[in-house]
Design a protein around this ligand. Structure first.
Ligand code: LLP
Length: 402
C-alpha cells in the first residue's frame, strides 16, 4: 500500500497530473490467480490494452506472464520488451489481410474470431497453427459497452458454427491448437465465468478439434471500484474453475493448458491519478472543484459512467461537502465525479483518483492538446521508473513531425 504522504511526496517531486503505479500490488494480483486457481497448467496472459507502461510490463514478464495483444502495435511492444512469441496471443477483431499476415510471420499465436478470416487463413496460410475465438453466449460485464458475449456483439464465432469452423480448418489443413472465449470486462457474477467455460468446453470435443493444446477463457475478473463493493470470492470460484477444467481434460483425454487473460484484475487497483485542484467555484446549486487533469487522462466516468473513488490527499479530515470534481477540458461532461461527498476541497489540494491503473492512461488522448501525465512505477516502495509527461513543445513537435 502506498501511503498518502508518499503520494504527496511524489506529486511534489514529479509534478501533477501524475499516474502512480504500485508494481508490487500488480505482482501480488498476478500471483493471486495462481493461488486462487489450483491448476498446475495455468497460464496468465496479461491483457496489455489495460496498461502498456513498459516498466509494469517488464515486471510481469519477469514474473512469467504472457500477453494478450489486440493490435500489431501491442505485439511489437511486447516483443520489444522481450516477451517470446509463444508467450503472446493475438486476438484482434476486424483485422486487415496485411495485419494478419504481419502477425502470422512473428510466430505469435493468432486467435481468429470470424469464419470469414478463418476461410482467408485456410487459403493464405495452409497448415498454420491457430486458435479459434468463440462467442460464449453469456452476457455479463460492468457495463454494456464491455460485454462481449451474446448476440449483439461483434466478437467470436458462434458456438453453433463450431462444425463449420472445424470443416474450414480441415480443408486448409489448419491445426487448431486452442479455443478461446472472452465474456466481458468486470464480470459481475462468478457463475458467468463458469457458464462460459461450460459453453466453450461443450464444443471442444476430440472429434471436432483433435489437436488442442490449450483453452483460453479470456479476462474479465472484476475488482471493487466503490467504497462498499465486495470482493468476489475468488478462492471458491478458482476451485470450481479447476475442477471443471480437470473434468474436461479427463474427458478430452489430454492435460491441456488453461489460460486466462486478465487486464483489470492485474492493473486497475495498482494505479492512482494524482491531480491538483486549482479553482473552486460556487454555482447556485453546485460547488465545482476544478483540477489540472481531465477526461482525456481518465475517460471511464465519461464513457461508461464508471465510478472511481476520490480521496483528498492534503485535507483528509476536512468537513465533508458535495462536489462536482471537474477537469480542465472544454466540455461540460468533463467530470471525474458528480455531487460526490468529499472532505472539504481547497485550491491547491491534491486529489487521488483510485483504480486508475487499467484502461485510464491506455485510453488516454491529448484532446485539447494537453499532454498525457507523467507515470511513476514503484517497486519495493521505491521509484523504479519515471516516464515524464511531454512538454507542450514536445507534443507540438510530434504533431508537426519535427
Ligand atoms: N481478453 C480479451 C479478448 C479482451 O477483449 C479483454 C478486454 C480482456 C481479455 C481483458 O479484460 P479485463 O480482464 O481487463 O476485464 N475499457 C473498458 C474495458 C474494455 C475491455 C476490452 N477487452 C473499461 O475501462 O472498463
Amino acid at each position: 500500500m502506498i501511503s498518502n504522504d508518499k503520494y504527496i511526496e511524489l506529486a511534489r517531486t514529479y509534478g501533477t497530473p501524475l499516474f502512480v503505479y504500485d508494481g508490487d500490488m500488480m505482482l501480488e494480483r498476478f500471483r493471486d490467480l495462481f493461488r486462487f486457481i489450483p491448476c498446475d497448467r495455468l497460464n496468465v496472459h496479461y491483457a496489455l490494452k489495460a496498461n502498456s507502461n513498459p516498466a509494469l510490463l517488464t515486471l510481469l514478464r519477469d514474473a512469467g506472464a504472457g500477453i494478450d495483444a489486440v493490435s500489431p502495435g501491442e505485439v511489437v511492444l511486447a516483443m520489444a520488451l522481450g516477451f517470446a512469441p509463444e508467450k503472446i496471443i493475438y486476438t484482434a477483431n476486424n483485422m486487415t489481410d496485411a495485419e494478419f499476415d504481419r502477425v502470422m510471420k512473428t510466430g505469435v499465436t493468432v486467435n481468429i474470431g470470424s469464419l470469414s478470416r478463418l476461410k482467408k487463413c485456410a487459403k493464405s496460410h495452409p497448415g498454420a497453427r491457430i486458435c479459434l475465438r468463440f462467442n460464449p453466449d453469456v452476457c455479463d460485464g460492468d457495463n454494456e459497452k464491455t460485454m462481449t458475449g451474446g448476440d449483439l456483439t461483434k466478437f467470436g464465432i458462434l458456438l453453433d458454427d463450431a462444425d463449420t469452423a472445424a470443416a474450414i480448418a480441415a480443408e486448409g489443413n489448419l491445426h487448431i491448437i486452442g479455443l478461446h472465449e472472452h465474456t466481458g470486462s468486470g464480470l459481475q457474477h462468478a457463475e458467468s465465468v463458469l457458464k462460459s467455460m461450460d459453453n466453450l468446453m461443450a464444443i471442444a470435443t476430440k472429434e471436432r478439434f483433435s489437436e488442442l493444446e490449450f483453452l483460453d477463457f479470456g479476462g474479465g475478473f472484476k475488482v471493487p471500484y466503490k467504497e462498499d463493493e465486495a470482493r468476489i470470492d475468488y478462492v471458491d470460484m478458482g476451485n470450481k474453475i479447476a475442477v471443471k477444467f480437470d473434468n474436461f481434460c479427463r474427458q478430452y483425454g489430454k492435460e491441456l493448458l488453461m489460460r486466462f487473460e486478465p487486464g483489470k484484475y492485474l492493473a486497475a487497483e495498482c494505479g492512482t491519478l494524482i491531480m491538483e485542484v486549482n479553482t473552486i467555484k460556487h454555482n447556485r446549486t453546485r460547488t465545482i472543484a476544478g483540477c489540472n487533469s481531465g477526461f482525456p487522462h481518465l475517460i471511464r466516468p465519461v464513457l461508461y459512467g464508471a465510478y472511481h473513488r476520490i480521496e483528498n490527499l492534503t485535507n483528509p479530515e476536512g468537513v465533508p461537502a458535495l462536489y462536482d470534481v471537474c477537469g480542465n477540458i472544454c466540455e461540460t461532461g468533463d467530470r471525474f465525479a458528480e455531487q460526490r461527498e468529499l472532505p472539504e476541497i481547497r485550491e491547491y489540494d491534491l486529489l487521488a483518483v483510485k483504480n486508475a491503473g487499467a484502461y485510464c492512461y491506455s485510453m488516454g488522448s491529448v484532446y485539447n492538446l494537453r499532454p498525457m501525465p507523467g507515470e511513476v512505477v514503484l517497486k519495493d516502495g521505491n521509484v523504479a521508473d519515471f516516464r515524464p509527461a511531454l512538454s507542450d513543445e514536445e507534443l507540438v513537435a510530434q504533431i508537426l513531425r519535427k
